[in-house]
Design a protein around this ligand. Structure first.
Ligand code: C2O
Ligand code: CU
Ligand code: CU
Length: 581
């Protein structure tokens, strides 16, 4: 079926639902069959992001955006190892980009804010799918445009399959026992979609309110994406039944983790199995038990610890409340399916902390230290707001790194890193939840807390095109809670880095000078700065006193440079530095 294409079709489905409602006494009138997005697969996939309309409430026509349809987009099914070209046509009257959230692709194929698609043009990234089997997603990522365009409906699910996953007895009949669930809350104000933290009171799953789905009495897989702009969801079932987490953002776990509650932040995905084998004829709801969310998470009863609260926050009935996402009824089992829960899944080779070459620290802070800005932002990362023209971090290709996030704000942030999947080392100093022990690309960093992740930067280096890291609360992201990192191949910029690095500060520098410190004491030293293309941008001689020297630089364009210093003994030192204006 094509739920997003044809409003008449939607009406037919609605009529069918009413008929089904009459047959199943436990279905409440007013529920809407859960739309299952079409799938697209193969080596060429065409997506058109377009304007459309949609009715969240019957009779209220709202302007929307959708990929190939009125709202959301088709589910892309990709196989590990395949080559794919995606032709993304922008039929909006506005700039956009399309980002493949979680996929390990080169910066030029990633669809970040630099890959703008102008109206009536087509962007055609082409890549080999390298990812593990999991649930990913795609959405616009223009700087300052993301919240609006995602809220308008632009987002879709990506399913990656691989041989390891295929060898397991797991449900994978799409739309039958393997169900994509895009969980969102939206603000519909005066008949149109609006951006407002306080007013997102419309709960939609796959684009419809009061979604209802029939599931067979067997093992069923739910691929949940929190696609909301800001709202956390503490998932659970109305009948208290346990669910079994089999996968997170970037891959399957080593074994299922059985839970009755799970906190899913915006941007995160989780794959759940339900054992419905003995439940034919029963009904239950997937709920957001947000009355149980700890404070200072958007969606909880309280944000700001009474010192301040977000505009409209207390008026939104969903905040701190339990609400229904989807209602399920269990019908007869099918002949083909899965009838037993797996006990093991795939090996997960967590990166050991001792493999790390470097630890980088990221401080999340409000731009201004007022009670209001502590919860509302704008928020900075290491003192900086997103600047399209500055690079915040330079990672040598092949580096294994710990990224340590410290949250000095009064609200929790789900931090997302492009390019890679990571393992969570700890949160507030303690081991992460058991279900978070696999591959992740979003980590929840609690208010006044911290989290550390470890990852390897492999395969893709580009001296010019950065990847992003950012908060996945879309208002925070748009307001600048985002940074850019380059992955660079050190061998393309002259000789390999000397194992001894000079200390250089400030780095990044916007002061027009650098202070360098070498271990070898006093005397003259020669300095050179090479730009990203390996050209000499500055050459000079300085004199070290107690191992230190101040170097005043001419005006150079902002960017990443390699600094090379040769001391009086001819010993070379090298470091990457970032110059800003
Ligand atoms: Cu889901 Cu940088 O994005
Ligand atoms: Cu992403
Ligand atoms: Cu945030």
């Amino acid at each position: 079926m094509k739920p997003y294409r044809d409003p008449n079709m939607a009406r037919t489905i609605h009529l069918k639902a009413l008929l089904v409602t009459l047959l199943f006494s436990n279905v409440i009138v007013g529920q809407t069959p859960l739309p299952i997005p079409d799938t697209l697969s193969g080596s060429v996939i065409d997506l058109t992001l377009q304007e459309a309309t949609w009715e969240f409430h019957p009779g209220e026509v709202v302007n929307t955006y959708g990929y190939n349809g009125s709202l959301l987009g088709p589910t892309l099914i990709l196989n590990q190892g395949q080559a794919v070209t995606l032709n993304v046509t922008n039929a909006l009257p506005d700039l956009t980009t399309t980002h493949w959230h979680g996929l390990h692709v080169s910066p030029a194929n990633d669809g970040g804010p630099h890959s703008l698609i102008y109206p009536n043009t087509t962007w055609s990234p082409s890549f080999t799918v390298l990812d593990r089997a999991s649930t990913f997603w795609y959405h616009p990522h223009g700087h300052g445009l993301t919240d609006y365009q995602v809220s308008m409906g632009a987002a879709g699910v990506i399913i990656v399959r691989d041989a390891q996953e295929a060898a397991l007895d797991l449900p994978r009949a799409y739309g039958v026992d393997d169900i994509p669930l895009v969980l969102q809350t939206k603000a519909v104000v005066a008949g149109q979609i609006a951006l407002h933290t306080g007013l997102d009171s419309v709960v939609v799953v796959n684009g419809v309110r009061n979604a209802w789905k029939e599931l067979p009495a067997q093992v069923v897989r739910l691929r949940c994406l929190n696609g909301s702009s800001e709202r956390a969801m503490r998932l659970g079932f109305s009948n208290s039944m346990p669910f079994h987490v089999i996968g997170t953002d970037g891959g399957l776990l080593s074994a299922p983790v059985t839970l009755t509650r799970l906190q899913l932040m915006p941007g995160e995905r989780v794959e759940l199995l339900l054992d419905l084998t003995a439940m034919q004829g029963q009904a239950m709801q997937l709920m957001a038990y947000n009355s149980e969310l700890p404070d200072n998470i958007i969606g909880a009863a309280e944000v700001g610890n009474g010192m301040a609260t977000l505009d409209g926050y207390n008026d939104n009935a969903l905040n701190g409340a339990d609400f229904q996402l989807v209602s399920f009824t269990v019908s007869a089992s099918l002949t083909n399916g899965t009838f037993q829960l797996p006990t093991t899944l795939v090996p997960v080779n967590v990166i050991p902390e001792m493999d790390a070459d470097v630890t980088r620290t990221f401080l999340l802070e409000p731009q201004l230290m007022s009670p209001m800005e502590m919860i509302e932002g704008p928020f900075t990362i290491n003192g900086a707001l997103m600047d399209m023209d500055s690079i915040n971090v330079v990672v040598p290709l092949g580096s294994t790194e710990v990224w340590s996030f410290t949250n000095n704000t009064m609200v929790g942030h789900p931090i997302h890193i492009h390019d890679i999947q990571f393992n969570i080392l700890d949160r507030n100093g303690a081991a992460p939840e058991p279900w978070e022990a696999g591959w992740k690309d979003v980590v929840f960093v609690p208010a006044q807390g911290s989290a550390r992740v470890i990852t390897r930067f492999e395969d893709f280096a580009d001296p010019d095109m950065p990847y992003m890291y950012h908060c996945h609360l879309l208002m925070h992201e748009d307001e600048g809670m985002m940074g850019q990192f380059l992955v660079v191949d050190p061998t393309t910029i002259g000789e390999a880095l000397n194992p001894v690095r000079p200390l250089v500060w400030p780095n990044p520098s916007n002061t027009g000078h650098l202070i360098v410190s070498l271990p070898n004491g006093d005397g003259p030293a020669d300095l050179r700065l090479y730009d990203a293309l390996g050209r000499i941008a500055y050459a000079g001689r300085t004199s070290l006193t107690a191992g230190k020297a101040r170097v005043d630089l001419p005006t150079l364009s902002a960017g990443v440079y390699q600094l090379r210093i040769t001391d009086q003994h001819g010993i070379p030192y090298a470091a990457h530095i970032i110059l800003q204006h």
